[in-house]
Design a protein around this ligand. Structure first.
Ligand code: DHE
Length: 558
């Protein structure tokens, strides 16, 4: 092992073995995406002895329902065309050999490899599991393309730029607003970071995934799983929708232009389907260009599906940095060039997912969860530096960076597949011997982690575990101390739901975390004492997930 230190949490509550069966739609974190699903059926329900005879049949209505279910629950991990990514391949050549009854059981109770038990956790009925079991034995339907003219037809400019306020109409400190995703309500709440109260509710539609701020911070861009982008103006009172557009049928990411001179001017949306990205005017969402990303994998395998996963914006060049999941390339898109082309493609690692900057904003550190590695991309020299084996299923979100007392500047991730926080050197100038290798591994009580977060003025790194198979662990927060390189404390933050995702206020003095539940809460902690400041509650707080502070998101503070 290339770890320098191994520190063990001194006051962890338990060391529950974690098989990471996420109770959400996160799906598989199996290491081998070609693993046979039949391997995972050891827990098959003995009462389920249906005999399968040949390919299943479905009525058109059943097929349409199953297609929708697959899109909502399965496509994120297994791919729209079912060729597999974080989860295994679900094409008929494989699934027909497994058969309806066993597939239904897997869908119902999950697997030890990380597949959620959809019926077991109450998120699906047995009838829906049966529909899906039959659906995945039939050839995948061809999803439609989405050309520029269709995207243009979806564009709605509600408030032209000339009709918008020229100064903030609110007297509140809008740069400390938080955009809070209310996932299952199809809304984004704008919450005042000073006063901890609701400023406004924005109807964004189906399952918003993330928000990004424009570079001045005036606008939030929200992207939903259905590919819809919503431009939210924070200078109206209350905040309002200025424009909407739908560039994809399935999407997870948007990012603004951040290079000096391009503030608030452009926006990119990365599609899960079709395999493309779309560039919009940043103030109106008028579509400007759509570009394909389909190609063979960097290692040569032919592909029918390539999804755009994380996107970050450089401040050192007029470029967006795109992680292309299936092909394993990191693509640099130049928005100063005509047509917003990809100007460099860097082969990194397959099934790229989430990531963010090192402290200089030069290196992109992106997780290939299914390969248990974090790839390091030098965006200046446009090359892969290396990829680091960190643990099972690294999932940093945008990640975290700080100055370690021994190893210089570092970045870090926790993991979905094991209880481990890995710290890796990221200081090739000040501490070259430690750069791009794991320098500390710290045990956590459980895996199932999705996000880590810190702030330049904070002594801590906050770590969640919302997709742990243990409900206790899924509600727990752990805090790592930068000074000692050890877990300072872990505690249970809620008696229900899952505790997920952190965000700081503008001053870096408070940390907000979501209780992801039908009756949700936002817990606000004092970042110095780790004591609870308040709990934000309200009947509008339905299934809160990600939170994005205007100042921190527009300045890439994470
Ligand atoms: Fe996310 C970030 C994709 C499930 C909440 N999620 C991301 C990013 C990607 C992604 C590619 C990086 C965006 C960027 O930085 O540009 N997420 C996916 C999936 O494919 C996956 C695994 C399954 C799916 O079908 O969507 C998935 N994600 C989830 C959840 O279940 C979460 C917890 C709740 C939800 O909304 O569904 C969730 N993802 C988030 C959040 C971020 C995110 C809050 C942004 C973190 C940040 O601080 O930047």
């Amino acid at each position: 092992m290339d770890a320098g230190d191994v520190a063990v949490a001194p006051d962890s509550e338990d060391s529950t073995a974690d098989t990471t069966q996420p109770p959400t739609d996160l799906g598989d974190v199996s290491q081998d995406t070609t693993a046979d699903a039949t391997d995972a059926t050891d827990a098959t329900d003995a009462t389920d002895a249906t005999t399968d005879a040949g390919p299943p049949t479905m009525t058109p209505e059943e097929f349409a329902r199953a297609r929708e279910l697959y899109f909502n629950r399965c496509a994120g991990c297994h791919g729209t065309l079912r060729a597999g990514a974080t989860g295994p391949n679900l094409l008929p050549a494989r699934t027909l050999t497994v058969g309806t009854s066993r597939l239904r059981t897997i869908i119902s109770i999950g697997t030890a490899g990380g597949m959620p038990g959809w019926v077991r956790t109450g998120l699906m009925t047995m009838e829906e599991a049966d529909l899906l079991a039959r659906f995945i034995q039939l050839p995948p339907p061809s999803p439609p393309p989405r050309p520029l003219e269709d995207i243009r037809a979806s564009w709605r400019l509600r408030t032209p730029v000339a009709d918008r306020p020229t100064a903030p109409r609110t007297t509140r400190a809008w740069e400390n607003f938080f955009g809070v995703i209310l996932r299952d309500a199809g809304r984004v709440a704008i919450v005042d970071g000073d006063r901890h109260d609701l400023v406004g509710l924005i109807e964004t539609g189906f399952a918003v995934h993330i928000l990004r701020s424009s570079t001045t911070g005036r606008y939030f861009y929200a992207v939903g799983r259905d590919g819809r982008v919503t431009l939210i103006d924070l200078w109206t009172d209350p905040p309002s929708i200025a424009a909407t557009v739908q560039g994809c049928f399935d999407a997870r990411s948007v990012e603004a232009s951040r290079f000096p001179g391009y503030e608030d001017r452009l926006l990119i949306e990365g599609c899960y389907w079709p395999p493309q990205y779309v560039v919009y005017d940043g103030l109106t969402l008028e579509p400007r260009a759509v570009r394909p990303v389909l190609s063979p994998a960097f290692s040569g395998e032919p592909l029918d599906e390539v999804r755009v996963a994380s996107i970050i914006a450089s401040r050192q060049a007029p470029q967006w940095v795109l992680a292309l999941k299936e092909s394993g390339y990191v693509a640099l898109v130049d928005y100063r060039a005509e047509g917003f082309p990809v100007v460099a493609r860097i082969g990194a690692e397959r099934f790229l997912h989430d990531g963010g900057w090192d402290h200089t904003g030069r290196y992109f550190l992106v997780a290939a969860n299914a390969r248990n590695r974090v790839a390091v991309i030098d965006t200046l020299e446009q090359r892969l530096v290396t990829s680091i084996a960190t643990g099972l299923g690294p999932h940093p979100g945008r990640g975290v960076n700080w100055l370690d007392p021994t190893y210089g500047w570092v970045n870090a991730t926790a993991h979905m597949g094991q209880g481990r926080f890995s710290v890796y050197g990221a200081d090739p100038v000040g501490s070259p011997a430690n750069a791009w290798r794991v320098v500390r591994t710290v045990d956590l009580p459980a895996g199932g982690s999705l996000f880590v977060k810190s702030h330049p003025s904070s002594p801590w790194v906050w770590i969640d575990a919302p997709v742990s198979s243990s409900p206790t662990a899924a509600r727990r927060i752990c805090v790592y101390a930068k000074a000692t390189g050890m877990i300072h404390r872990c505690w249970s933050a809620s008696e229900r739901g899952q505790v997920v995702h952190f965000e700081y206020n503008r001053a870096g003095t408070e940390v907000w975390v979501s209780v992801w539940d039908r009756v949700g809460e936002l817990i606000v902690y004092n970042d110095r004492t780790l004591e609870e400041v308040t709990r934000i509650r309200g009947d509008w707080l339905v299934t809160p997930t990600g939170k994005f502070n205007v100042w921190n998101t527009s300045h890439d503070v994470y």
